[in-house]
Design a protein around this ligand. Structure first.
Ligand code: SAH
Ligand code: SF4
Length: 473
């Protein structure tokens, strides 16, 4: 950062001013009455892995650094501090962290003062933290999911000479008040409504690294949403591992949604993730009747086989899930449905898998997030008999991807000629926007700026399930 200060009164001593301003210039070029101060502002780059919760944690982390006058860098090469906010839901995410740390090792050789921190779900597991410390001794800070907010202070301690900080402490206290991430773009903002998970699906590591389920106070969530809307946000996504089990004293998820839908302004509320066992009929009806609650439900089914669902400890069966889907389609007009599916869970037979294919055909999701089952140490499924060979898992996921792309394409084709209300989040010939049912539409904005505005777009064509449209004038 360069400041140019020109003094009109030559009796002023510039050095005294610098001392008075309490800044530490790296370079100070004096030129008679004008001089430049070049202040080196520290920069941080945060690499995020995993879900939207992590994306949101990263935003809040950037804000915590900003409060310490450490600004965001656009890449690791331009940073003084590099943070990896990790995920461990599947093995692939951990492998990527290790690969990226290899690149940072090289960077640190040319920039010895670079501070490297690794935090989040992967490092909350003490074995993973130990392994990283051994394999990558250049890492300065390792912390888990609970102490993220303290990272700027840990960085300061390292600057003061501390060689290595390890903090895997567990703190399940729910933060009080609001915690807004500062961000210049407003289109889609995240608000955490709860933390942790109590469901212990047998394949999943989340409850072990994020702790027990706990909700934020309704007043805090409402205030945070109100401020975001006041500041121009048009789409708010409420985040939690199982938002339907939200509870603050007598308030449940239904009460929270009703309160938020009553706020003034022009906005949509979306939420994720809904657990099929907890999504109530009342919430479905509320989403269908309140315009400010978007017509979008992400309802992960994981499998279409009752036997596999039982072994996964999902606590619902195929028929119950399909009944919920029917109710959603009945009460929420033009609903956008998406889901997560795990392929190759231990003991999954061809019949179990064909039950999944059959359910996918029946529901017709707009979009599916499909995962190959990944063994997570410490979870019950990791030691189950009947692990499915990798090549069988790959062959099955290929079939599932093929089926879903046919469905997505068919549903997209059906939209041709229809007009959608779209929240614009881009500019130019290929501007983009999102619909209430969470579809993405590409359109030409004709050189006008519609960014963060609701506009009407008519679908004119479809290419690879992608919707293209034109603005309705
Ligand atoms: N709380 C959410 C999502 C949690 S993780 C829910 O219950 O739906 C996001 C997705 O990752 C899960 O829905 C699941 O489909 C997938 N996932 C979790 N553990 C996995 C594992 N061990 N292997 C493969 N996919 C997994
Ligand atoms: Fe994992 Fe199940 Fe909890 Fe989702 S609900 S985070 S899949 S344990």
């Amino acid at each position: 950062m360069i400041f140019r200060i020109i003094f009109t009164d030559i009796s002023i001593n510039p050095r005294k001013i610098i001392t008075h301003l309490n800044i530490k210039p790296r370079l100070c070029l004096l030129k008679s009455t004008a001089f430049d101060i070049i202040i080196h502002v520290k920069k941080v780059f945060i690499k995020t892995y995993g879900c939207q919760m992590n994306v949101h944690e990263t935003e809040k982390l950037y804000s915590a650094f900003e409060r310490e006058n450490i600004t965001a860098a656009d890449c690791a090469e331009n940073a003084d501090i590099v943070v990896f906010n990790t995920c461990c839901v599947r093995e692939g995410a951990e492998t990527r962290v290790l690969g990226n740390l290899g690149q940072i090792k090289k960077l640190k050789q040319s920039k010895p003062n670079l501070i490297v921190a690794v935090c989040g779900c992967m490092t909350q597991q003490s074995k993973a933290a130990e392994m990283l410390h051994k394999r990558c001794p250049f890492i300065n800070i390792i912390t888990g999911t609970y102490s993220l907010g303290a990272l700027p202070q840990m960085v300061k301690a390292v600057e003061k000479g501390e060689k290595f900080i390890l903090d895997l402490s567990v703190n399940e206290e729910v933060p009080q008040g609001t915690n807004l991430a500062t961000r210049s773009d407003n289109v889609n903002r995240f608000v955490n409504i709860m933390y942790g998970c109590d469901n212990f699906c047998t394949y999943c590591i989340v409850p072990y690294v994020k702790g027990r389920e706990r909700s934020r106070r309704l007043v805090d969530v409402k205030e945070e949403v109100r401020i975001l809307i006041e500041n121009g946000a048009k789409e708010i996504t409420l985040l939690g591992q199982n938002v339907n089990s939200y509870r603050d004293e007598n308030n449940d998820f239904y009460s929270l949604l009703s309160e938020l839908a009553g706020l003034n302004g022009d906005f949509w509320i979306k939420f994720m993730t809904s657990h099929p066992k907890d999504l109530s009929d009342d919430v479905i009806k509320l989403v269908g009747s309140e315009k400010k609650l978007a017509n979008y439900i992400h309802l992960p089914v994981q499998s279409g086989s009752d036997d596999i669902l039982r072994k996964m400890n999902r606590k619902y069966g195929r028929a119950e899930y399909l009944r919920k889907i029917d109710l959603i389609k009945e009460y929420i007009p033009h609903v956008g449905l998406t889901s997560d599916i795990i392929v190759g869970f231990p003991t999954e037979t061809e019949k179990d898998f064909s039950d999944t294919l059959d359910l996918v055909k029946q529901v017709e999701y707009n979009n599916l997030f499909m995962f190959i089952y990944s063994k997570r140490n410490g979870t019950p499924a990791a030691i189950m008999d009947g692990q499915v060979p990798e090549e069988v898992k790959k062959e099955r996921i290929t079939r599932l991807i093929g089926l879903q792309s046919e469905i997505s394409n068919k549903l997209a084709e059906k939209c041709i000629g229809e007009t959608f209300e779209v929240l614009c989040d881009g500019h130019g010939k290929n501007a983009t926007g999102k619909t209430s049912d969470d579809r993405v539409i590409v359109f030409d904005d004709g050189g006008k700026d519609y960014y963060n505005q609701f506009i009407e777009v008519q679908i004119t064509s479809v290419k690879n399930s992608k919707l293209y449209g034109k603005i309705r004038g």
